[in-house]
Design a protein around this ligand. Sequence first.
Ligand SMILES: Nc1ncnc2c1ncn2[C@@H]1O[C@H](COP(=O)(O)OP(=O)(O)O)[C@@H](O)[C@H]1O
Ligand SMILES: [Mg+2]
Length: 322
Amino acid sequence: MVAHPVLLGLLQLVSCLVIFLTAQAESPKYYPFRTLEEQDCFYEWKSKQLRENIQKHGEWINFHKKGTCPGMKQNQLYFRYKGIQEMQTLSLVKSDNSYIGSYNEGIYDVIRSFTLEGKRYRAGGYIIKLVDITSERGKMFASCEPHALEQVGIWHRTGILTNDRGVEFGAILMKRELGEELGQKSVWRRAGKKKKLQILNLVKEENRNQLHRYAFKTPTNVDHILHADNNPGNLPIQFSQVPPLGLEVKMAMIDWGHPGLWTWYGEPKAIDDPQFTDWHEQQFSLDYALEYYDAGDSSVVDRFWASDEGAPYARKRSIGPA
Ligand SMILES: Nc1ncnc2c1ncn2[C@@H]1O[C@H](COP(=O)(O)OP(=O)(O)O)[C@@H](O)[C@H]1O
Ligand SMILES: [Mg+2]
């Protein structure tokens, strides 16, 4: 039987509609940008604002000069176990989340339990992050991540793995943290604007607590590492509903690598120290600017439209305060 052309056309229309609606449901709703160029420009503006926020607090945050980081040039110390037998033979599987970042050469799930120096590592509980140690940048900065992990007391083990073409990578063994970034959580996606603002407050408070705990509470802390790359992708979150208090948030902090790390000067700060909270308020509102936008608070995005960088785009679209 030959289908009627009108019927075929109708079918095509319906399938397009389904594809369109599915895409709508999956794509984040909070994007205020129309083109990739606008979005890139926003991220560049945001990095500049974050740098300025750190510079502004130069009295107590050690703003490392560009091209430096705590623990740099120590690859011999952290990546000295060449082809550690145990690590080399681990069953590694590229993780779903694996993508190649600035130093990140892939995240791998460890799918077989193993023992290293008497410590048992359970399958599924750990990941290995491979980092570049061969380029000029890798030789300088790869050691900053294990150094930071050691300072905050969560370092496990590092070594060198070699791929089948003989290329060496730094391997950082880490606990596998559970959770997803905020924008992916169904609790967030289902929430209305008011609830979203409440959730952001919860997440902000937890982020401040974590930063503070890592910077000051760990016994091995020498460098007072301040994790300053708190973009949502580096803060996997888990929610639980706890009556009668309501929503509770659990957060992990990952990605302790260059260039998002700073150190403090001076005495440990109290959690409610105005200098600390002021810096953090700014930092958080920038890092979660798109989530705030989604929650109906467009103040940071509006600052971007009004900035030298954003104004040309705002004029083109006749939006924002420009
Ligand atoms: N310890 C970890 N536990 C679970 N997932 C992780 C861990 N470290 C990294 N990942 C996953 O891999 C992604 C990239 O790792 P990250 O350390 O953030 O590298 P990059 O420098 O490329 O941002 C993260 O966004 C996260 O999804
Ligand atoms: Mg990251």
